[in-house]
Write a protein that binds this ligand. Structure first.
Ligand SMILES: [Zn+2]
Length: 295
């Protein structure tokens, strides 16, 4: 288990041991915190036939099936965009059929906030009157989007966020390259997101970005040209811009840096619209960035 989630996991496993675990948990925390892994391990712990405290035995038939991702009483529902009512109905049907392994049954719904209203309604009855020894584990990084009727039937579990030192210490155990502390600060409470970012093979590195900026600030290129060169890496440009802005204000946030950060956030949202002109958006952003340096 991740060090920052270990205590929460131990608490839940204690409640499993003492038969005090609520049958429906709404597990909350930002993306990149480790919710999915936490929830999967909790589900596997519930299914293990020979638990040792917060550890699965690794040898019972349930554990072997889990290791092969083929446990018949562990059901997963997930979607990046929207969880449709058919997905929920199908999962409930499987859940309602008797336990194949004569033990617990677990349904995990990842990104529960992506359930449509009819999906959520289809789940209500199961949340209210679950079959015996059945556990529903819902995860979300946007609890505010979950219907109140669902929330009120779940026990809410907000996972603790790691502090900067914990994040850094863990990422160092996973990643051998150089790690810039300012970059870590961007992801402080989301260690897995930080690691993914570090590991990602980057064609567009921070070096390329800062060399381009240097050229811009020295008048060797212009914002429009850079924006055209960089438009395919627009997400990275925005991330690096916020990183750069952070570096500019170690002591206090100047008005122009604040405006740049605001603009970066605005452009990030605008880029999600299909058909936007990336070049124009990035040009405007780079113009603002050049002003920060001039100020
Ligand atoms: Zn086991």
């Amino acid at each position: 288990m991740f060090p920052w989630l270990d205590a929460s996991f131990k608490q839940l496993s204690h409640r499993i041991t003492t038969n005090k675990l609520h049958h429906a948990l709404l597990i909350q925390g930002p993306s990149g915190l480790g919710k999915a892994s936490f929830t999967m391990q909790l589900g596997q712990l519930l299914l293990c036939k020979d638990r040792q405290g917060d550890k699965v035995c690794g040898q019972c038939q349930s554990c072997l099936l889990n290791a092969a991702n083929t446990h018949p009483d562990l059901h997963l529902v997930a979607s990046d965009k929207q969880i449709g009512v058919d997905q929920i109905r199908e999962a409930i049907k499987k859940l309602d059929s008797s336990a194949h392994m004569s033990g617990a049954k677990v349904l995990i719904i990842y990104h529960a906030h992506t359930m449509t209203e009819s999906s959520a309604n289809a789940l209500l009855k199961t949340l209210e009157e679950p079959t015996a020894n059945t556990f529903l584990l819902l995860t979300t990084d946007k609890p505010e989007r979950i219907l109140a009727t669902i929330k009120s039937r779940c026990e809410k579990l907000a996972l603790p966020l790691p502090d900067l030192d914990t994040t850094l210490a863990w990422v160092k155990t996973q990643y051998a390259g150089e790690i810039d502390i300012n970059f870590v600060k961007l992801f402080s409470a989301r260690p897995l997101a930080l690691l993914a970012e570090l590991q990602e093979e980057q064609k567009f590195t921070y070096d390329i970005f800062s060399q381009g900026l240097q050229a811009l600030l020295q008048g060797q290129t212009n914002s429009m040209q850079l924006a055209m060169d960089w438009q395919d890496s627009a997400d990275k440009v925005l991330k690096w811009t916020q990183y750069w802005a952070r570096q500019q204000c170690t002591e206090q946030m100047s008005e122009s840096v604040w405006q740049l950060s605001e603009q970066a956030i605005k452009v990030t949202q605008q880029l999600r619209n299909p058909g936007v002109n990336k070049t124009l958006l990035l040009t405007a952003l780079l113009n603002k960035l050049a002003l920060v340096k001039a100020a």
